[in-house]
Design a protein around this ligand. Structure first.
Ligand SMILES: [Zn+2]
Ligand SMILES: [Zn+2]
Ligand SMILES: [Zn+2]
Length: 294
């Protein structure tokens, strides 16, 4: 497990190109275990001891003090997703023309096409299947009755899409990806994911590096205790689990982080409304418990 200073060194080396992304990640994730969080390391404990104050900054208590983080770092995969999205958007802006035959091959190779049944008379998309009547279909638009629906081929769909990508005919999500995700897409979605893949292939190393640097910076900030306060066990618990802190008015009761004061310190009218809505929430919880849907 790398220490705080190790991570800063690693970040700097990666940022100025002294090491590549692959070896930076290998170093960072070597011996990296989820259960062995940073606060179990000697480095963390030593640095924490220097920063923690001698009483709770919320209520003044001196009992069982902890350093409480106000913000938590995002995961690498979250950063990666964000960076991929912005590279994709930029790529799409600069590459609005796509190679039609390559795109067509991509669709046919990577997607199953589930065509929408159409009315043979008006080509509408609303043939209703009838369970006990013959002919089997009745068109919801033109009322034509028929046995066999007609279907557009994938190739036809693609060429309509090239003519007008917002055309009524090609809006349906009728392409299912053959990978394990089985994503259901319409042709606009298919093109987005196709262009996204091209954007990622083009700048894979850059994207990974950018995301990893952001992640390291976030982790460094977290490990630096920059955004922390010293809290007693009770205040820490209320903050973390209940999202509550001590009311600044009375300094006696806790309040939700989103509210300015505790319920007791609210003006009369608002207090009544708050108590009512809490009562209602409690009642609902009771009902859910009894029904076993808690
Ligand atoms: Zn406290
Ligand atoms: Zn019809
Ligand atoms: Zn209060």
């Amino acid at each position: 497990m790398l220490t705080y200073n190790d991570i800063i060194t690693l970040r700097d080396k990666l940022a100025n190109g002294e090491i590549d992304l692959e070896s930076a990640q290998a170093q960072y994730w070597k011996d990296f275990k989820e259960e062995q969080r940073s606060w179990h390391t000697k480095d963390w404990k030593e640095r924490k001891a220097k920063i923690i104050k001698d009483k709770c900054e919320i209520c003044g208590s001196k009992e069982t003090l902890t350093l409480q983080h106000r913000s938590h770092p995002k995961s690498y995969s979250e950063y990666l997703r964000e960076i991929k999205r912005s590279y994709t958007n930029e790529y799409i802006e600069n590459n609005s023309e796509i190679d039609k035959s390559k795109f067509r091959d991509h669709i046919l190779e990577n997607y199953d096409y589930m065509p929408t049944p159409l009315c043979p008379s008006c080509m509408g998309k609303n043939p209703n299947i009838r369970v006990s009547k013959i002919p089997r279909y009745r068109c919801g638009d033109c009322k034509h009755e028929f046995d066999e629906a007609v279907y557009r081929s994938a190739i036809e769909m693609i060429s309509i899409f090239y003519e007008d990508e917002d055309a009524y005919e090609v809006r349906d999500k009728c392409f299912v990806s053959k990978d394990k995700w089985e994503n259901i897409h319409n042709l606009s979605n298919v093109r987005y994911w196709y262009q996204r893949q091209q954007a990622i292939n083009k700048d894979a190393e850059k994207i990974g590096k950018e995301a990893f640097l952001l992640y390291l910076n976030d982790t460094i900030k977290y490990l630096s205790f920059e955004d922390t306060i010293t809290a007693c066990k009770k205040c820490a618990f209320n903050y973390d689990i209940n999202r509550m802190e001590l009311c600044p008015e009375c300094k006696q009761y806790y309040k939700g982080l989103q509210y300015p004061t505790c319920i007791q310190c609210l003006p009369d009218e608002k207090r009544k409304a708050a108590i009512e809505s809490i009562g209602f929430a409690k009642e609902m919880r009771e009902i859910h418990k009894r029904l076993g849907i808690d």
